[in-house]
Design a protein around this ligand. Structure first.
Ligand code: SF4
Ligand code: SF4
Length: 161
């Protein structure tokens, strides 16, 4: 399989993944200050955490994601094994844009069911035309998984770190 490369995608640097870069909060509508929208203006000095360690599910090798699900085309960033639930890996999918397009979401749900991997996916919340830091969270998996996540959300607990 041909080695995958990011360019021209810059989705993770453009704020679609919530993170903090050198003390600056990055979230939808608030790209990393080093993002040029074509790449990173300080790539050699990018932080180890999160940048170097970032495990984009499309670029990891081997990746189960098809070519068309590159984040700038599938409009979703997938983080495999983001956390564990009862010893089972849980995958996280965040939209590049307001919500994950139906084709990408259908692929992810099918993958979750086929491989018995619970899936958490999110949708941006907009208020007054602006993206908010918080996202709406959806759980796809066994009823007990969905109930646990709902309970954790209700208790204000972080679903992942
Ligand atoms: S989202 Fe993935 S493919 Fe896109 S720039 Fe980031 S690491 Fe590369
Ligand atoms: S420092 Fe560079 S690699 Fe890291 S998020 Fe910002 S633009 Fe992307």
């Amino acid at each position: 399989m041909k080695k995958r490369s990011c360019q021209p995608c810059t989705a993770c640097c453009d704020g679609w993944v919530k993170m903090t870069i050198q003390g600056v909060p990055v979230f939808p509508g608030h790209p990393c200050p080093h993002s040029t929208r074509q790449g990173c203006d300080d790539y050699l000095n990018r932080p180890i955490d999160p940048c170097v360690n970032f495990s984009c599910g499309w670029i990891i090798e081997p990746s189960p994601l098809p070519d068309w699900m590159k984040p700038d085309n599938g409009l979703v960033i997938v983080l495999f094994n983001k956390f564990q639930w009862r010893g089972v890996p849980v995958d996280l999918a965040v939209p590049v844009g307001k919500r994950i397009p139906p084709r990408s979401l259908a692929w992810l749900r099918n993958f979750a069911e086929t491989h018995r991997r619970p899936l958490v996916h999110t949708e941006q919340i907009m208020e007054a035309g602006r993206y908010q830091e918080q996202q709406q969270v959806f759980a796809h998996g066994p009823p007990a998984f969905q109930e646990d996540l709902l309970r954790r959300q209700g208790d204000g607990m972080a679903l992942w770190s």
